[in-house]
Design a protein around this ligand. Structure first.
Ligand code: ATR
Length: 281
């Protein structure tokens, strides 16, 4: 009689990755390695490069090799949305997926960007969104991904403004059942807002969206979803006009924590990971 027991299945390391193009500069592997160590989860998290026309084949290969989940970044968030067999409500509202979870034949698509932004503002910066007036600059994927979670905080109003006004109108149409959501031409912004969020790609070109400095007051939080070693052009502009400026590094860490929670059912602590990352920028 032989009594051979194997624990191989229990000790196997689960595989995760971030897929994008380019992907070399992604900080996600650093973040998730820290989360895994802190919560004692047995997982490995890598960078997964994919050719621009090879998203599907790369994902399929990853799943075949036993991969359990992916973060999805530029330019594949729409393809991930189309690929998912099940979508969370926030992914459906965003029209984009930044997190995939593979479970048998099921591919769950989620979007954790919006909750990452909200958590960074409300919990980390300590600034409530409820009953505040919020201005969201931009109407691309980044803006669309955060609208529902921002509205979920019950702001007094959420105004969307974009360089190409027609795109802001299109975006607002997707959320037409939301009475607190308004659209305004960039050039016509005159009010002062409590929170101004830059979801445009302007910072990538060291530019500032053409807005009146009147949107900023002494207590305004000016939040740039981009981050870098130095403050962005938007942050510098906002600060010059009296606002409190914050970059998107906290959002990056918080969206990662939410993905980690979706995959592992464990919520990592983010403060120390954020501080380390800031130091290493
Ligand atoms: P993402 O998925 O990152 O949102 P995107 O869909 O290409 O990328 O959208 C980029 C957003 O940044 C758009 O809202 C764009 O405005 P337009 O719709 O007018 O193109 C905005 N944007 C990019 N560069 C900008 C700049 N220099 N000033 C103001 N807005 C800018």
């Amino acid at each position: 009689m032989s009594a051979i027991s194997t624990t191989a299945a229990k000790t196997e390391t689960d595989q995760y990755a971030v897929i994008g193009n380019p992907i070399e500069h992604s900080k996600s592997p650093e973040i998730h390695a820290r989360f895994a160590a802190q919560t004692q989860q047995n997982l490995q998290y890598d960078r997964l490069p994919a050719p621009l026309d090879g998203f599907l084949a790369t994902v399929q290969g990853f799943v075949r090799s036993g991969g359990k989940g992916l973060n999805v970044t530029v330019p594949f968030k729409l393809e991930a949305y189309a690929l998912a067999t099940t979508l969370t409500e926030r992914a459906r509202a965003a029209g984009a997926v930044n997190t995939l979870k593979f479970d048998g034949g099921n591919m769950l698509g989620d979007n954790t960007d919006g909750v990452g932004l909200v958590t960074d503002i409300v919990r980390n910066a300590g600034i409530a969104i409820a009953n505040k007036s919020v201005l969201l600059l931009g109407a691309g994927g980044a803006a669309r991904g955060v609208i529902l979670p921002l509205l979920g905080e019950q702001p007094a109003r959420l105004v969307v403004a974009n360089r190409t006004h027609a795109k802001a109108l299109d975006l607002a149409r997707r959320f037409s059942a939301q009475p607190r959501l308004k659209v305004c031409e960039l050039a016509e912004l005159e009010d002062t807002f409590d929170i101004v969020i830059n979801a445009t790609a302007a910072s990538l070109a060291s530019e500032v969206p053409p807005i009146s400095p009147r949107v900023f007051g002494a207590q305004t939080l000016a939040y740039d979803m981009m981050y870098g070693k130095e403050p962005t052009a938007f942050m510098r502009f906002a600060k010059q006009h009296g606002a409190i400026a914050r970059d998107g590094l906290g959002m990056l860490v918080e969206q990662a924590a939410e993905s980690f929670y979706l995959w592992r059912g464990v919520r990592p602590e983010t403060a120390a990971v954020f501080a380390e990352l800031r130091e290493r920028l």
